[in-house]
Design a protein around this ligand. Structure first.
Ligand code: SF4
Length: 711
């Protein structure tokens, strides 16, 4: 690492990748970032993973967008083509434009579609990689400018089902305890998560806890690296979470291990839960989930008996058609054992993107106004109507996948989506069943994309607005621990790229909204202070000046002298009756099961070096050098059974598409399954995935579909 004498300045910020929210210092020389180091933030205490430490040079990549672009007249949108790497091919499709022309065109056609076809004809995807202020303004633009609640973002693809279960069960969609609380836990259940790859610094706290005596239980169809530190590893069959968890709950209740005092004082619907798990004996569930009954009983007993036990989960729980049921089981397990509302216990859905918690808090979701106020709640809507000085649509909007379906709806459909504004998201890579999603994007009459690269989504746009990368902006983000953190601008954007916050305001003004946010960095402080009023029940005590001084504060924080509350639900739950609601669940099979034509299960996810759709990390030299090509992973037995050798090319096919990549050996992947990361455009795993939705969270089933593998 460079010493301070070798750089011009060091700028305090936050890592732009995962929800752990490690604090970093950008080291800048000659107006370029030359290194990144960890700071002593509450989530990382100086630690960084490979992405945080080496994934910064994307900001200086030659493919950065630097001027506004408008699609040339008559050039069709090809949903089956990928954006070219060279500038010449790009110039054949898009022409450069001035900012005035591009913004007038972007907003003018959105406005015309709204005026001709009504508010529901438009939709917007904001970004969990942007700031809280951008998320707040973006949803405000859609609600007050477009005129509907058709606004969503990638929470719909990661933890929407967890949030649905948490809001229903405990009255809050966020975590009960921070990751660092694993140090206080006697037992930690990590289920459906691969933290050593996806939340690496959080995983270091888990490994430290294991070394200090905490029992780690890893429950996952894939045995990942954390298994080396686990007391017990439960490799359950993919899609059988409810069987495993209900068997644990059954054991707790049937063996008299439930915390009756907690249940009587703080839970509701216990008798219904008890009746529903009666048939879920470990012996009956062993053949379903593949975990020995004795092990299920042993882990359930240990969880109930522990002085403190905590559950952390990831998208292995949430990305199923029964994702909400999976999370309901986790809530019930904590509640019947009284393992919530105290240090080292409770519920922690590990949030994915760096600001998916904050973007959701800010209202970037179709059924919720800021701070999870339901749009169909008249009192909440009236408050926001007064606050924003406008009328609001009382109907929840469409979610990510529903918006894609509505873009392909018949012309006669009064709710057909015809125009979209996409800020910093890449649905042409992140949505399930990509051929369908790309056809939907290409079918739009007007698509405005605001991004830093010519992403697969921008390639289908009518107008592309070059925006700022994270090190080029000042604003706040909220991590998985509910900690609001300030990132500061380290470098200038390239060429004529502009701040996202400025761009959202320019589109809004051109759609007729009289917005005036004055001040540095496109008025970020003014936007934050307005958002603070809109979210007074959570961040009233976190003023902009305080953030400048302290850098990070955890909410709920209701007064300037409130230090923030890392642990919540200590005496009541924020539900109507103050109790946690126990919701019974039954087995629901995956939407698409393997069969003789497609005999393997595809599990998708991320890998350590690449972030989501790869638009940043595939343009980071070190990260792409370590993991340069797409792979499909199988265990050694499956490789031998199929006569395959690691490294050889293969084709993976589902009923929706096919990709070619290289075979990789991963003995943690179970028999009958393959694993692929979704970061690679040249072999996009989501060409294969199934768009079937969880009915409550409306999250697609990324963790389970049927495929076949051809050498
Ligand atoms: Fe960044 Fe997450 Fe790695 Fe921390 S753990 S450095 S926040 S990617």
């Amino acid at each position: 690492l460079l010493g301070s004498q070798q750089v011009d300045r060091e700028v305090a910020s936050v890592c732009p990748f995962c929800g752990v929210g490690c604090q970093i210092s950008y080291k800048v020389r000659d107006e370029k970032i030359v290194a990144v180091d960890g700071r002593d933030g509450p989530a990382n205490h100086g630690r960084l993973c490979v992405k945080g430490r080496f994934g910064w040079d994307y900001a200086h990549h030659p493919q950065r967008l630097t001027v506004p672009l408008i699609r040339r007249e008559g050039v069709p949108k090809d949903p089956y083509a990928l954006p070219p790497a060279g500038p010449d091919a790009l110039a054949a499709t898009f022409r450069e434009a001035s900012w005035d022309e591009a913004l007038d065109f972007a907003a003018g056609r959105l406005k015309a579609l709204r005026d001709t076809h009504g508010a529901r004809a438009l939709a917007g995807f904001g970004s969990a990689k942007g700031t809280n202020e951008e998320a707040y303004l973006f949803q405000k633009l859609v609600r007050t400018g477009f005129g509907s609640n058709n606004v969503d973002h990638c929470t719909r693809l990661c933890h929407a089902s967890s949030v649905a279960a948490l809001l229903e069960g405990v009255g809050s969609g966020a975590v009960s305890n921070p990751v660092a609380d694993v140090a206080e836990a006697e037992l930690v259940l990590v289920i459906g998560a691969n933290p050593t790859s996806n939340h690496p610094v959080a995983a270091t706290w888990m490994k430290n806890a294991a070394r200090a005596g905490t029992k780690i239980v890893l429950a996952d169809p894939r045995v990942t690296d954390l298994g080396r530190h686990a007391w017990r590893t439960l490799q359950f069959r993919a899609d059988t979470d409810v069987a495993l968890l209900n068997a644990m709950i059954h054991t707790v209740i049937a063996e008299g291990l439930a915390d009756q005092a907690f249940i009587e004082a703080r839970a509701s619907n216990f008798e219904a839960l008890k009746a529903s798990v009666a048939a879920f004996t470990p012996e009956a569930m062993e053949p379903v989930c593949g975990v020995p009954a004795a092990t299920i009983r042993e882990v359930a007993r240990a969880f109930a008996a522990a002085r403190s036990a905590m559950i952390l989960w990831g998208m292995g729980v949430s990305q199923h058609v029964h994702g909400t049921d999976n999370a309901r089981c986790l809530i019930a397990l904590c509640a019947v054992t009284g393992q919530i509302g105290k240090p080292g216990s409770g519920l922690h859905p590990l949030r994915g993107q760096n600001n998916v918690q904050g973007a959701s808090d800010a209202g970037l979701i179709p059924m919720m106004l800021p701070n999870y106020q339901r749009v169909d709640n008249a009192a909440a809507r009236t408050w926001f109507q007064d606050f924003w000085g406008t009328t609001l649509d009382p109907e929840p909007g469409y979610t990510v996948v529903e918006i894609m379906d509505k873009a392909l709806a018949p012309d006669a459909d009064p709710h057909k989506v015809r125009g979209m504004y996409v800020q910093g998201e890449n649905p042409a890579m992140s949505d399930p069943d990509l051929n369908h999603a790309r056809e939907a994007l290409a079918a739009l009459e007007h698509l405005v994309v605001q991004d830093i690269f010519m992403t697969e989504t921008a390639w289908l746009a009518d107008v592309v607005l070059p925006a700022t990368a994270w090190p080029e902006k000042t604003g706040t983000v909220t991590n998985t621990d509910r900690t609001v953190q300030l990132g500061r601008q380290a470098i200038e954007p390239p060429g004529d790229a502009r701040p996202d916050l400025w761009l959202i305001q320019q589109v809004a003004r051109r759609m007729g909204l009289a917005w005036h946010y004055e001040g540095e960095h496109a008025g970020v402080a003014a936007v934050y202070e307005e958002m603070r009023q809109a979210m007074h029940g959570a961040i009233a005590g976190i003023g902009w000046e305080r953030l400048q001084r302290e850098g990070s504060v955890t909410y709920p924080c209701l007064a300037e002298d409130d230090p923030g509350q890392p642990i919540v639900f200590t005496d009541r739950f924020p539900t109507e009756d103050g109790r946690v609601r126990l919701v019974p669940t039954q087995l629901v099979p995956a939407d698409e099961r393997p069969d003789p034509d497609y005999p393997l299960v595809l599990i998708t996810g991320r890998q350590l070096e690449h972030w989501h759709t790869g638009s940043m990390t595939r343009r980071s030299f070190v990260l792409d050098a370590i993991e340069p090509v797409p792979t499909v992973a199988l265990n050694g037995r499956e490789l031998a059974r199929r006569g395959l050798v690691a490294g050889q090319p293969a084709t993976v096919q589902s009923r929706r598409g096919e990709v070619r990549c290289h075979v990789r050996r991963d003995d943690g992947t179970p028999d009958g399954a393959v694993f692929m990361a979704f970061a690679y455009a040249e072999a996009a795993a989501n060409l294969l995935t199934n768009a079937a939705l969880d009915p409550f969270g409306k999250i697609p089933e990324f963790k389970y579909c049927a495929v076949r593998l051809l050498p």
